[in-house]
Design a protein around this ligand. Structure first.
Ligand SMILES: [Zn+2]
Length: 183
């Protein structure tokens, strides 16, 4: 199976537009950042992340939401536990996913990265379906954007150490790269 990218969109993903993006300031895209989160934390299958990424999170719906409902954030992709992918921001646009961040001496990683959010929590293993969908999406991205390289795929915690811990210590990088390099 192969996934496809056309005009900055992953064809196999559901499209839900987020306003939390803007134009890239001419920088090439050469980094992929893997994230993990769920809303409410450690509960899966709900609409919380979709609502957060589209500025529709109801701050009264959960105690934690009051802290985050005013954030203006979105990854490019969100991969649910069953491997379903939702795309919120065109890859050619800058999504607001990384926040204060630094990679190999360059700050503001949103400028030059693509952000992929996995539905999960730091203390819970991600699913086989998520690794498969992630690997397919990454292969499509590496193919569509020659400036990307699998050597430059990192976790949010790698570019915002001390501030972010996702995708967490249970994220299996070896399994991901095994899938990426198969077929
Ligand atoms: Zn993150």
């Amino acid at each position: 199976m192969r996934y496809h990218i056309e005009s900055g969109r992953l064809v196999e993903a559901q499209w839900v537009e987020s306003p939390n993006c803007d134009a890239r300031s001419g920088q090439i895209i050469d980094l992929i950042v893997i994230h993990g989160m769920s809303l409410p934390p450690n509960q899966f299958g709900g609409e919380g992340v979709v609502q957060l990424f589209t500025n529709q999170l109801n701050s009264d719906a959960h105690p934690y939401y009051a802290e985050i409902a005013n954030l203006r954030v979105s990854a490019h992709l969100f991969i649910r536990r069953d491997g379903q992918i939702i795309q919120f921001v065109n890859f050619d646009q800058r999504a607001w996913h990384a926040g204060v961040s630094r990679y190999q001496g360059r700050s503001a990683c949103n400028d030059f990265s693509i952000g992929i959010e996995l539905e999960g929590g730091d203390a819970i293993c991600y699913t086989a379906s998520q690794y498969q969908a992630l690997a397919l999406a990454l292969k499509a991205l590496l193919n569509a954007y020659p400036t990307l390289d699998e050597k430059h795929i990192v976790g949010h915690s790698d570019i915002a150490p001390g501030r972010k811990t996702d995708p967490g210590p249970l994220f299996n990088w070896r399994a991901l790269f095994r899938l990426l390099n198969n077929s």
